[in-house]
Every structure is written in C-alpha cells, then in structure tokens.
Design a protein around this ligand. Structure first.
Ligand SMILES: C[S@@+](CC[C@H](N)C(=O)[O-])C[C@H]1O[C@@H](n2cnc3c(N)ncnc32)[C@H](O)[C@@H]1O
Length: 269
C-alpha cells in the first residue's frame, strides 16, 4: 500500500491496526494496511461470521437513517463514522432529503483523511477529528461548523462505536450529554457488540481486538438498552440488526443469533 497515497496521513502508524481500517477491510474496502488485514483474518477465525456482522451493521445504519429522514430529521451527527467504504450517511440521506446536513466525527487518522477527501466539494457535510467520549468538545465543534442547528431535531448516530468505549469512560453519562443537547424530535440510532448472542466468539473478538488501537467492550442487552436512557425506543426494540425493520425476507440468509450486535433507534419526545 503506497505510504504517500492521499488518504494516508504522514504520522499514521501502519503497524498498529485500527477498528476503522479493519472494518473497511471486512467490508471489501481498500483503505487498510497489511497489519489491519492480518488482524482482520484473526478476527474471522474468532468470529467466522465477521464479514456478515459488519455488513448487517452498515445495513442497519442505512435503514435507521432512512427511518429518521421519514420522521422529518434533516441533520445528522455521526459519531465514530469510520472510513466511508460503502453508502455514506450523507449519500443515503441526500437521496431521500437533498437538504440534509451531516457532521461526521471520528478520531482515527485514515478515517478522517479519507472523509475529508470525499467531502471536499460537499457543502452540506463535514468531518471533525474528535473523541466522541468528550461530548462537550464534540458538540461545541459541531456547532462551530454551522451545519447543525441544535434547536431543531438532530439524528445522533452511534453505530458500531460504543463497544470501543470502556466502562470507566461512562458511556451512559456520555450519551446523556448528547441527549441533553438535543431538541425534542431528535433521535439516537445505536448499535454495539453484545455478549448475549455468541459469548465464546465474542470472547475471541475481545482478545483479538486487544492487539489494535481499539479494544472492544461488549455489553449485555440490558446494558445496551440502558444507553438509550431518555429516548423512547421504537419497535422492534433493541434487537440483532437483521431483525430491525428488515426490508427483505431474511429467513435462511442472516441468522440473527449470529449477528454479534444489538441495534435500536430511540426518539427524544
Ligand atoms: C467499526 S467502525 C464503525 C463505522 C460506522 N459507524 C459503521 O457503523 O460502519 C467504528 C469507528 O469508531 C471510531 N471510534 C472508536 N472510538 C472512538 C472515539 N472514542 N472517538 C471517535 N471515534 C471513535 C473508530 O475509529 C472507527 O472508525
């Protein structure tokens, strides 16, 4: 992989795998290094359904964005947005609502560099390089972009990111700060790894990801539901992604019991 490719920041350490690049590789993207690909292969040994899990998570993200657009939301704050491999949030939103505004947030160098390139000529979206566990900093930076009006509904997307937030960073408290900044009519779409579906495979994933810059902290269904405090979770609730308002027949295709993740959407009334 060319070190001087324009999506490779000068100071990135290609030897330390990142969740953003590992996920990009599992989705079939090209913005990853040899160390990411090697760790992704270890990930697939621990969790053979790994590629399906990241694909199903992205598909949930798409359906959740469209659900929020249907509910009149035209502004999105995408926390832990990753490398825009397939179907970026602004592309999904703009197809349904061309006036939608999106602020992406990630702290990983390649994710941010690639997002900046992609958004160079896009006045309705931008990316911030921030740590999502510093919500006051993120919210202040998001306001400064001028793209988000927090007196109107905002869709906060926390898809596949809070499993990187350790308990000592108080994920419930972090999400409370975001929630308190939101106007009524806003919403939270969230997904994260769980212990409950395949505990043995998940324990393997935890071990593998300790070798990356993003150790993983799976949670129980109860703990994930608690992340929605102050939001009214819409049916079908906090469920494996294939069961969250599927658009097509899933029988025999994607086994919810092997989806690794729980996902849901809650509205702030
Ligand atoms: C697995 S990717 C998910 C990307 C996208 N949301 C999706 O669902 O496909 C998780 C992303 O969260 C980012 N991330 C993890 N912890 C973060 C933090 N504390 N602050 C900002 N970004 C974070 C990682 O860099 C990575 O790009």
């Amino acid at each position: 992989m060319a070190r001087n490719a324009n999506w490779v920041p000068d100071d990135v350490d290609p030897g330390l795998p990142s969740a953003a690049r590992l996920s990009d590789y599992l989705l079939g993207g090209g913005h990853n290094f040899a160390a990411d690909r090697a760790l992704a292969e270890e990930f697939l040994v621990a969790q053979p359904n790994g590629r399906a899990i990241v694909r199903l998570n992205r598909a949930f993200l798409r359906r959740a964005v469209l659900h929020l657009v249907d509910h009149g939301i035209r502004q999105f704050l995408d926390l832990g947005s990753g490398i825009p491999t397939v179907g970026s949030v602004h592309e999904i939103a703009h197809r349904a609502a061309p006036d939608a505004h999106v602020v992406y947030v990630d702290y990983e160098d390649v994710a941010v560099a690639h997002s900046r390139m992609l958004l160079e000529h896009e006045p309705r979206a931008t990316v911030l390089q921030e740590d999502v566990t510093d919500p006051h900093t993120v919210l202040a930076a998001a306001r400064r972009t001028g793209l988000l009006d927090f007196t109107a509904p905002v869709g906060v997307l926390a898809v596949g990111v809070f499993h990187f937030v350790p308990p000592e960073r108080d994920p419930v408290g972090v999400l409370e700060v975001y929630r308190d900044a939101l106007a009524p009519g806003s919403a939270l779409a969230l997904s994260q790894f769980t212990w409950d579906l395949q505990p043995v495979e998940m324990a393997g994933v935890v071990e593998v990801m300790k070798k990356s810059m993003n150790p993983v902290f799976p949670r129980t269904h109860e703990e994930i539901t608690a992340l929605f405090a102050g939001f009214e979770v819409v049916p079908p609730g906090v469920v494996p992604p294939p069961l969250w308002r599927p658009e097509e027949e899933i029988a025999g295709r994607d086994d919810p019991a092997q989806a690794g993740i729980f996902a849901g959407v809650g509205h702030k009334r």
